[in-house]
Design a protein around this ligand. Structure first.
Ligand code: SAM
Length: 330
């Protein structure tokens, strides 16, 4: 019988002795690569480096050829001598700088959704509506290179803008786009996760169930509490479990180490994230509701019984429950 602890320790030692890994990210700016030019004033320009082209800003212009081949993270200067920082774009840079035709998901919500939907390389995830493709970028980023996003959008203009945005950030190869309403159902089955960002997600729980693998991950983003309540009622009716309602508040800080404090304003409300898992329990799916939900239901049932008993007793006493008979009126 091999001593597994000893084997593990040997594997760990050999791993620790390997030389530092080589990053898969290019160390220098490449032709046809997306880069960020960040100014001291907080502006961030997302551009694709194309040989022979010029990028114009109010700080002066930059020749793409001068930037190609420079190490990322380098300070570069316009012809007017103004400095900007050449950076590799982050996921937030990509999402925040796409062309918009709709409200797009905020990075805080997109990041948490990837976590709630438990996405990883290789997953198959369905999304509707595509909108401007903001969330599609985050989903594709999470499941690439082996996974795929299947995204549905009913409006032709939004579909086209999202397509252009995805192509620009280089993620279109990981996405299948459908210009189609969720009401017609999804074309996929056995998906690992489904996410809805449409006005009435509660209307589409049957297509969601049909598309998800058993125990897969479902989530929706809705802006009002009324929509959350509607969705909760339907999730319960359609035997979803592990239901959660969450809201994220993100506070930015003024980066002054000697006087560190939050920004004066913050984004107050973006949306409520509702997540759930479809369960298979033909006899009693209600057993998987939260303890609070079951306690509340039990209390309501008890109150209804008490009320019914009071009504029954009242009906048995024609004197309306008085101890003494009514005196005749003068
Ligand atoms: C708020 S936007 C989605 C924004 C997107 N999450 C993003 O980050 O860019 C909602 C989109 O859903 C689309 N939509 C509404 N109902 C739909 C339906 N039944 N089927 C497919 N798309 C729908 C709308 O046209 C709109 O583009």
């Amino acid at each position: 019988m091999p001593n597994t602890l000893a084997t593990d320790a040997a594997a760990r030692r050999s791993h620790e002795q390997t030389p530092p890994w080589v990053s898969t990210h290019p160390a220098t700016a490449q032709a046809n690569q997306l880069v960020i030019l960040a100014t001291g004033g907080g502006k961030r320009y997302l551009i694709t480096l194309r040989p022979g082209q010029t990028f114009h800003t109010n700080l002066g212009h930059f020749q793409h050829d001068d930037l190609i081949g420079l190490p990322l993270g380098t300070t570069v200067h316009s012809q007017l001598g103004n400095a900007v920082l050449l950076l590799e774009p982050s996921l937030s840079d990509l999402i925040n700088r796409i062309k918009r035709n709709t409200q797009i998901i905020y990075p805080k919500d997109a990041a948490y959704l990837v976590h709630k939907l438990s996405l990883r390389n290789g997953d198959q995830v369905i999304e509707a509506g595509t909108g401007s493709g903001g969330l599609t970028i985050a989903l594709a980023w999470a499941v690439a290179p082996a996974g795929r996003v299947y995204t549905y959008e009913v409006r032709a203009d939004n579909y086209q803008i999202a397509r252009t945005n995805l192509e620009r950030v280089g993620l279109l190869d990981n996405v299948s786009m459908f210009q189609q309403s969720v009401a017609e159902g999804f074309r996929q089955q056995g998906a690992d996760a489904v996410f809805l960002d449409v006005r009435t997600p509660c209307r589409f729980l049957d297509p969601v169930r049909a598309a998800l693998r058993p125990g897969g991950f479902f989530a929706a983003l809705v802006p009002t509490t009324n929509q959350v309540i509607e969705l909760l009622a339907d999730l319960e009716r359609k035997s979803f479990a592990d239901i959660a309602v969450e809201e994220l508040l993100l506070r930015q800080y003024k980066v002054v180490p000697e006087r560190l404090r939050p920004d004066d304003s913050m984004v107050g409300h973006t949306g409520y994230l509702v997540s759930a898992r479809p369960v298979v329990d033909p006899t009693d799916p209600g057993r998987w509701l939260s303890e609070e939900r079951k306690r509340y239901a039990a209390r309501k049932e008890f109150e209804a019984k008490v009320q019914a008993e009071e009504e029954r007793r009242r009906a048995e006493r024609p004197d309306d429950g008085r101890r003494y008979p009514r005196l005749p009126l003068p």
